[in-house]
Each structure stands twice: as C-alpha cells, then as structure tokens.
Design a protein around this ligand. Structure first.
Ligand code: NDP
Ligand code: 2IT
Length: 455
C-alpha cells in the first residue's frame, strides 16, 4: 500500500467506526495527509499502527449533568471528557461550554490538542471536554450550580498528574473558579488540577492573554521570514472573546490596525481601527456586561454592524480588504468562498487563534497561494503553553513575574515556528506550516508511543 492508499483506508475505517462526526473526520484527514510524507520514510509507524492508535481516544467519559435553574426547574445537560493521548504527559486541554458541543466536536478538539501540546515542547498529553450547556443568558448562580454538578462527575477522572482541564469557548475565569472551588471541596486538596486559575489562587500571569498574544507572536515570526513586520498592517479579527481580545491588544502594541470583531450574531467593521479605548470598552462589554458586539456600532459611530445573513454561503467579515487575518471564533468559520475573498483582497498572513477555523478547501487555497498560513495547532499553542507553565509554577509552589512568563511564551512560539519551518523543509514542502506542524507534533508523540509498547 502506498501512502495515499493507506490514508484512504484509514479514513474509510475511521468514518465507518465514528459515524456522524464530520469535524473529527476533517481534523484527522488533514493530519493524515501530511503524514503520508512521513510513513514512506518510517515504516515502523505503520507496523506499530501508530495512526490507528492515535485516532482512538484512550478513554471517553460521557455523563449526565443535572442542575436546577433560578426558577427551580430541573435542567439536564450532557458532560464529556475525551482523554485522547497520554504518551508524553498527563491529558491536557480545555473545556468548552456551548450548545453545539457533541462527541465529534470534542474528539476533533482533543485530537488537535495532542499535536499542539507536543509542539509546545512541554510534557503534556492531549484531552478536551465540555458540555452542551449554554452559559449565555444564565445568571452567575445558575452557572455556578451547573459547574458544581459538572465537577461532581468530572473529579473522578482528573488530577494534577492525570488530566488537567482549562478553558475554551464559554469557559473563562468565572467558570474555572466555580469548577476549582468544587474540586477542592470534594478532593480536599489544593492542587493545580485546572489551569486558567485566578491570580490569587494559583493562576499564572499572562494565561488570560496567552492565546491571543501567542497568535500574534506567531504571525510576527512568519512575517519575519519575508523581512516584514506587523507595523501598519490592516488586520481582520473574528470573535470577541478571550482570544480575539488579546490578539487585538498585542496587534495594537505592534502598530497594526484591527478593523473587525464578531460574535455569533454578526460582525463590526471599524475602518478607523479598534484603539485601546475601544478595546477596553469591548472587554467590559464582553467580560463584565456579557453583551453583544452589535452594541459597538451603536457606541462608536465610525463602525458599522453587519448581522449574520442566514442563507449566505460566506462570512462577510472575510470580504473586507486586509493584510492579515486572525480567525478567533470557532471551527470552519472560513470556507472556500471566504478564503477566495481574502486572497482576492491581497491577504498575506492568516494566523489561526481558533481551532480548525478553516475548511480543508480553504486551507488548500491558502497553501496554493503560498501566503503565510499558520494553522491553529501551531499559531494558537501559546494558550496551552502558558497552561503548561502554570502547571510548572504550581508544582514549584512559586509564581513567575509577567515578564518571565511572557518571555517564556515568546521563546516557545519562536521554537514552534522554527520547528514547523525546519520539518516542512526536511519533508520537501518548504513554507508549508500545515505539514510542518502536523509532522513535528506527530513525531514526538509517535516515538514516545513506540518506546512505550502496545498500550
Ligand atoms: P470565548 O468564549 O471567550 O469567545 C468565543 C467567541 O467566538 C465569542 O465572540 C463567540 O460569540 C464566538 N463564537 C463562538 N461560537 C461561535 C459560532 N458557532 N459561530 C460564531 N461565533 C461563535 O472563547 P475563546 O476566545 O476562548 O475561544 C475562541 C476560539 O479559540 C475557539 O476556537 C477555541 O477553541 C480557540 N482557542 C482558545 C484557547 C483559549 O485559551 N481560550 C486556546 C486555543 C484555542 P458568541 O458570544 O455569540 O457565542
Ligand atoms: O484549545 C486550546 O488549546 C485551549 N482551549 C487551551 C487548553 C489549555 O489546557 O490551556
């Protein structure tokens, strides 16, 4: 069997065994295609069935989460934790609370996390979890009761040396606080069992900023390969949550101008740019008042709000002219049409703050156009990297300064970028960060799996 046939068989078996999980199929397909380059040179991975094993979670936990709302009604959600791979360290990855959450989405995220965590150079395996619970419109007391109920089950499966969850969509500082409080109460232990903790109770400096800052640092590294910088660049950022906010903050610091933000209702376009004052306003809107991004255009007259068009085949945010794009909302937010729109308007850089925001045809268009395309597992690895640094600080019972953590984050991102460039070169596809990230992330995990036998 040649590489192409091997991947075709792997995919047809995977789809038969895991039906109705399109995002998981998509994530595996992209990695497996990169790995055809590796398998030809390394038959030992084929013999040991590394790909077949790496696509099968080590453990999946699925559970009922009952809670009562403020009106006293009983509510039921579904909770999950996917423990994907522990070859190089304890399972590590975020929790997502969003009504769209299902097994297939969390498996795609856990799969991506395995390679991403390997790229960070830190000893972390891969996992992901969450619930179809929707925090939107819920009171703090409802969110707390939900988190407490969720943790009553999750606590059996996690631990600082076993599995260390963190935040993702719908899970920020507030939720991590409620989850940590309940874990501590049940386990009667104060340990670093979650990351993204508050600064007074074991959190790391720069963890809230890390994913957005990291994506911008990654873009800086990519631009440097062409002798350019972010200074003066026009940037499109999607989302308006954790990753989007800190991407805009770092872009401002580097002299770039961000002209968009979004949420699931639509996007704002502000040709004057989102300055520090406007960004501060967005942070208050989203993190404190938990409002909608449409209010931005009501407050700042330079901006227009464009609602999501129900039947549209594209996302209007990506049709604005810009130099750089930082998709920071969710998976598959850039399809083939969006990629074409970006390319037609001269996009030079795409750095993915979100996980798998670009469909496979969109990815292929970016690669063919030879723009600087940084896939999520490399470009957004700063978040989990600083989670790894939070674990290290918790183990030492010590905390580093902002400068120390930020310096380490920059070094890690530089090393990830370097690894992507070198590995893409070594496997005959220079400048292809998709192959670079997939292969570099894979080799370390695959070799650890070989060393550890058939487990
Ligand atoms: P937040 O919950 O803070 O923000 C998510 C943002 O994306 C919101 O503006 C939200 O809008 C929007 N969004 C979410 N789902 C959809 C959807 N289905 N369609 C349109 N817009 C949507 O999450 P984060 O900023 O933490 O996460 C954003 C992305 O970054 C995700 O892909 C996540 O997996 C990834 N990521 C996050 C990391 C982290 O450390 N937090 C680390 C690495 C990657 P609305 O309010 O309307 O839902
Ligand atoms: O997708 C991700 O890397 C995250 N949501 C962060 C995971 C973590 O453990 O910090």
């Amino acid at each position: 069997m040649n590489g192409k046939e091997y991947v075709a068989k792997l995919m047809s078996d995977l789809k038969a065994k895991n039906p109705a999980e399109p995002e998981f199929h998509q994530a595996v397909q992209e990695v497996a295609e990169s790995l055809t380059l590796v398998l030809a040179r390394h038959p030992e991975y084929v013999h040991a069935k590394i790909l077949e094993r790496i696509t099968e979670p080590e453990r999946v936990v699925m559970f009922r989460v009952p809670w009562t709302d403020d009106a006293g009604r009983v509510q039921i959600n579904r909770g999950f934790r996917i423990e994907m791979n522990s070859a190089i360290g304890p399972y590590k990855g975020g929790l997502r609370f969003h009504p769209s959450v299902n097994l297939g989405i969390l498996k795609f995220l856990a799969f991506e996390q395995v390679f991403k965590n390997s790229l960070t150079t830190l000893p972390m395996g891969g996992g992901k979890g969450g619930s179809d619970f929707d925090p939107k419109g819920k009171s703090d007391a409802e969110v707390m009761r939900f988190c407490q109920s969720f943790m009553i089950e999750l606590q059996r499966h996690i631990g600082p040396n076993t599995d260390v969850p963190a935040g993702d969509i719908g899970v920020g500082g507030r939720e991590i606080g409620f989850l940590f409080g309940q874990y501590k109460r049940i386990a009667n232990e104060f340990t670093g069992v979650l990351t993204g903790k508050g600064m007074n109770w074991g959190g790391s400096r720069i963890r809230p900023e890390a994913t957005g800052y990291g994506a911008v640092y990654f873009a800086r590294e990519m631009l440097a390969t062409r002798g350019q910088s972010l200074e003066g660049k026009i940037c499109l950022v999607s989302g308006s949550g954790n990753v989007a906010q800190y991407s805009v903050e770092k872009l401002l610091e580097f002299g770039a101008k961000t002209v968009t933000l979004s949420d699931s209702s639509g996007h704002i376009y502000d040709p004057d740019g989102i300055d520090r004052e406007k960004l501060e306003w967005v942070m208050e809107l989203k993190n404190v008042r938990r409002g909608r991004i449409s209010e931005y255009a009501e407050t700042f007259k330079s901006a227009t709000f464009v609602p999501v068009a129900a039947a549209a085949d594209h996302n209007a945010l990506w049709a604005h002219k810009a130099d750089c794009a930082f998709p920071s909302a969710t998976q598959n937010e850039i399809n083939g049409t969006d990629a074409r729109n970006l390319l037609e308007h001269g996009i030079e850089v795409v750095a993915e703050g979100a996980n798998m925001p670009t469909t496979i045809d969109g990815v292929n268009m970016f690669l063919e156009a030879r723009i600087l395309y940084g896939p999520g597992k490399a470009a957004n690895a700063g978040g989990v990297a600083v989670s790894g640094l939070e674990m290290a600080q918790n183990s030492m019972r010590f905390g580093w300064t902002r400068e120390e953590v930020d310096h380490r984050l920059q070094v890690i991102i530089r090393d990830i970028h370097q690894a992507c460039v070198e590995v893409a070169d070594r496997f005959g596809t220079p400048g292809n960060y998709v192959n670079g990230a997939n292969i570099a992330g894979f080799l370390k995990v695959a070799d650890a799996m070989l060393d550890q036998g058939v487990v």
